[in-house]
Design a protein around this ligand. Structure first.
Ligand SMILES: [Zn+2]
Length: 399
């Protein structure tokens, strides 16, 4: 079994033509270019002896004719409003190439999920398919344009022949994707075996102080909500250092200062705190530190503190058997140029892992850039990634 590097790269470049904009793509879910790209993909599947199957959510499966459950591989072919040419597309075309290369030996089904980039929800196609959300519920999701998911998917209805493909047809799922972060590129490594996807903790903090005149209120009498927020940020950074790893992240991404005028001591600050890690215990410990720090700063500064926890997302651990197959393949195809890592971004595999053993493989993103027209990966790494996938498929399928 052998990857045809030219065929892999030329298909990737062909897919890039749909919605091409400069060096990137504009191919949001259910747009003209997205649907055209899916019809082209269906044709490529047919050529590879895979039966194309569009489901009601707009997901496209390419199914080999086998009686036993087979491996499923793929990702998504929709893009961000300003997207890179490889985000999602790489995983779909790599899966197609692996399926072609393994044909006759190991059957591999291919999928391109719909609306991974969240025009409507988040990872909508794979979420509906894996039972995370009902189609009727998804139908009410609304894009910024005002269009609902129901209206959008109606545009693909002529392509839908059957109902949803049953998860029981598959024995496991492997998603290849660009890293969208800096680690592999910085280390000069070719691939990463993704063992888990981070969980997310969220908190909204409100500091209520006292709004007053910025000229006449002495510093010692102020109850300045912004000063509380600023101190909270510094104290939180210091308090988290002993408990985090280099891949733990936390962000104060949304801040509202009221009333927001240069000559008024701010009486109120409302801000978000979000933290991500793959270890559920660390996520809980971080939550505790966020709460303690917020309350301590408020007490010292005479502020009233209100905490509203957001709905947390649990970390997703991938299947050890599939990860081991990918790791063995990585060591064979890229000796000493690979690592195991956690994904800080959500992917379709997060949803698919609900219904079958799943794992992911990353290839590097040059300078760690993604969700941008500048997004790119060295051709050699794109090819190595596919070779690692095929090697792993050989191990899984022939054992
Ligand atoms: Zn993606």
């Amino acid at each position: 079994m052998k990857i045809d590097a030219d065929r892999l790269l030329s298909d990737l470049h062909r897919l890039r033509e749909f919605g091409k904009e400069g060096s990137g793509v504009v191919r949001p879910a259910f747009s003209g270019p997205d649907i055209a790209a899916r019809e082209w993909l269906a044709e490529k599947m047919r050529e590879a002896e895979l039966e194309p199957n569009f489901d009601p959510a707009g997901n496209l499966f390419g199914l080999p004719s086998v009686d036993e459950p087979c491996l499923l591989m793929g990702s998504h072919s929709d893009s961000q409003p300003e997207g890179g040419w490889l985000d999602g597309a790489y995983g779909v075309i790599a899966a197609l190439e692996v399926s072609r290369a393994a044909r006759g030996k190991v059957p591999v089904a291919v999928v391109s999920f719909q609306d991974e980039e969240g025009r409507f929800g988040a990872l909508t196609g794979s979420n509906v398919w894996s039972g995370g959300i009902k189609l009727e519920t998804a139908d009410k999701l609304t894009a910024l344009s005002g269009e609902t998911f129901a209206e959008a998917r109606a545009r693909m209805v002529h392509l839908v022949r059957d109902d949803f493909v049953e998860a029981e047809r598959f024995s496991g799922f492997i998603e290849a994707h660009i890293e969208q972060g800096p680690w592999l590129d910085k280390a000069g490594e070719a691939v990463a075996v993704v063992e888990s996807i981070v969980g997310v903790g969220r908190m909204q903090v409100t500091y209520q102080g006292e709004q007053n005149h910025a000229g006449t209120t002495p510093m010692i009498y102020r109850r300045d909500a912004f000063q509380g927020l600023a101190e909270f940020n510094q104290r939180l950074n210091a308090a988290l250092v002993p408990v985090v790893t280099e891949s733990t992240v936390w962000t104060i991404g949304h801040v509202e200062i009221s009333p927001g005028a240069p000559s008024i001591v701010p009486g109120r600050a409302v801000f978000s705190v979000q933290w991500r890690d793959s270890d559920p215990e660390r996520l809980e410990l971080m939550a505790k530190i966020v709460v303690e720090t917020a309350e301590a700063v408020a007490a010292e500064r005479g502020l009233v503190c209100t905490l509203e926890p957001g709905i947390p997302v649990a970390p997703r651990q991938f299947d050890e058997r599939l990860c081991t197959a990918l790791a063995t393949a990585a060591e064979r195809k890229a000796p000493k140029r690979w690592r195991r890592m956690t994904s800080g971004a959500m992917h379709d595999a997060t949803n698919v892992a609900r219904v079958m053993p799943s794992a992911m493989l990353f290839v590097p993103s040059i300078a760690g850039i993604s969700h941008s027209f500048e997004e790119d990966t060295a051709e050699a790494d794109l090819v190595t990634g596919a070779e690692v996938l095929l090697e792993a498929v050989g191990q899984i399928g022939l054992n």
